[in-house]
Design a protein around this ligand. Structure first.
Ligand code: NAD
Length: 390
């Protein structure tokens, strides 16, 4: 067996299951939080008996004061994290609770980063760049999902350059995560599909990453099986609690896997689409996935052949290459079944942007663990294939 050593990162406490949200007040108190900033958006704040209302009720019951920031934007911008920092300082807050999907968690992490590590977050893009701990952070997750409630990644968009960048550090991992599937029952179909496909891509990329190990492999395999047997059901009937529960388990497993085995070109390229066109992250990932992985097959055909089997394809009697190709077919079928569009054209992508986006994708923190090392021209061709897709 090849020699290997790695740090294995896990969040410290994770509450999972229907109803766990009621425990947040006591947990915040136990952590010594006196006045957290609740980082969320107006839609979630206004939801009757939704995640924000239940969080605030539990904090009130525990006697914990709070202040609310309700201006999180999708693909969160530098202006959002600066606004949270300002509110934190002006209100005398001492901690952060994020309530929402990846955008809320990344806004909270981004604000925490600039509160303690210096004002210019663009200088902190990259891997393990943070010297100081963030303020205490709890993440209440409402999508399944990005895994951001338990990862070391903070993904922020520079609204001036339209560049989406990642700050990757163990210091970003929330102290506590809450994953209560009852908070996800009303996620609309399109968002369920997009976030579910994000979790799927986050199970495939670490499985074929150069940094994978037996622990992350087992997490990816189980996550893929759970998604295969629950994402279609969750899209078909959002109130199917069993399907929602399995999707939450899958997204947590995927988050733990990519915290440690990292991602690849799908995410590196999806960040360019998200930054340039402000397109939903999960859709960007799903649209790119089959074209990136088709390109990656020659780097590790056996792993793609395994993926086909994990996704329930019959590979008996096939060559490794043919079995590997079946995994690409299964990925496209999953996307099709849950109603993801076919081409990046449909989210506004323009071929004249591909060259710059390819250059920037190769600099993205997620590019380094991709199993095949590509050139700018390779990445342009992948963007073009995802654009020409019918
Ligand atoms: P999101 O957080 O952007 O939310 C999308 C929309 O869904 C919002 O309008 C929100 O109000 C709504 N919403 C959220 N929960 C809901 C609920 N329970 N019911 C109804 N509506 C709800 O979406 P996302 O896909 O979770 O996050 C995407 C962001 O996360 C992107 O910026 C992406 O780059 C980032 N991301 C981060 C990581 C990480 O590890 N930090 C990983 C992957 C992606």
């Amino acid at each position: 067996m090849a020699e290997r050593s790695y740090d294995f990162l896990m969040p410290s406490v994770n509450f999972f299951g229907p109803g766990v949200i009621s425990k947040i007040g006591d947990r915040a108190k136990m952590l010594g939080m006196k006045k957290p900033v609740i980082v969320t958006d107006k839609f979630l704040e206004g939801m009757k008996d939704g995640a924000v209302e239940q969080t605030l009720d539990s904090l009130k019951a525990a006697g914990v004061d709070y202040v609310v920031y309700n201006n999180v934007e999708p693909n969160p911008k530098i202006r959002n994290i600066k606004e949270v920092k300002k509110l934190y300082e002006e209100s005398g807050a001492d901690s952060i609770i994020t309530v929402g999907g990846g955008s809320a968690h990344d806004t909270g992490k981004g604000a925490g980063i600039i509160l303690t590590n210096g004002d210019d977050i663009t200088k902190l893009a990259g891997i393990e760049t943070l010297d100081k701990a963030l303020p205490p952070l709890i993440a209440v997750n409402t999508t399944a999902g990005t895994g951001s409630e338990l990862t070391r990644h903070a993904v922020i968009t520079n609204e001036e350059t339209h560049l989406k960048f990642v700050v990757v550090s163990w210091r970003n991992i929330p102290l506590v995560s809450f994953n209560d599937p009852t908070l996800m029952l009303d996620v609309p179909k399109g968002l369920t599909a997009a976030t579910g496909m994000d979790a799927f891509v986050q199970s495939v990329e670490p499985y074929v990453s150069v940094d994978h190990n037996p622990i992350t492999d087992s997490q990816c395999i189980e996550a893929i099986k759970l998604i295969e047997t629950s994402l279609r059901e969750a899209v078909a009937n959002g109130h199917n609690l069993e399907a929602r529960t399995k999707m939450v388990e899958a997204e947590m497993l995927a988050g733990m896997a990519f915290n440690n085995a990292n991602l690849g070109y799908v995410h590196a390229m999806a960040h360019q689409l998200g930054g340039q066109y402000d397109a939903p992250h999960g859709v960007c990932c799903a649209l790119l996935l089959p074209y990136v992985e088709e390109y990656n097959i020659i780097a590790c055909p056996e792993r793609f052949a395994e993926l086909a089997k994990i996704m329930g394809e019959n590979t008996d009697g096939l060559s490794t290459r043919d079995a590997a190709e079946l995994s690409i077919k299964a990925m496209k079928q999953l996307s099709e079944d849950v109603g993801i569009p076919h081409s990046i054209k449909e989210i506004g992508a323009k071929p004249e942007d591909f060259e710059l986006m390819a250059e920037n994708a190769l600099k993205d923190g997620n590019a380094f663990s991709n199993p095949r090392k590509g050139t700018k021209e390779d990445i342009i061709k992948i963007f073009q294939a995802a654009y020409d897709a019918k």
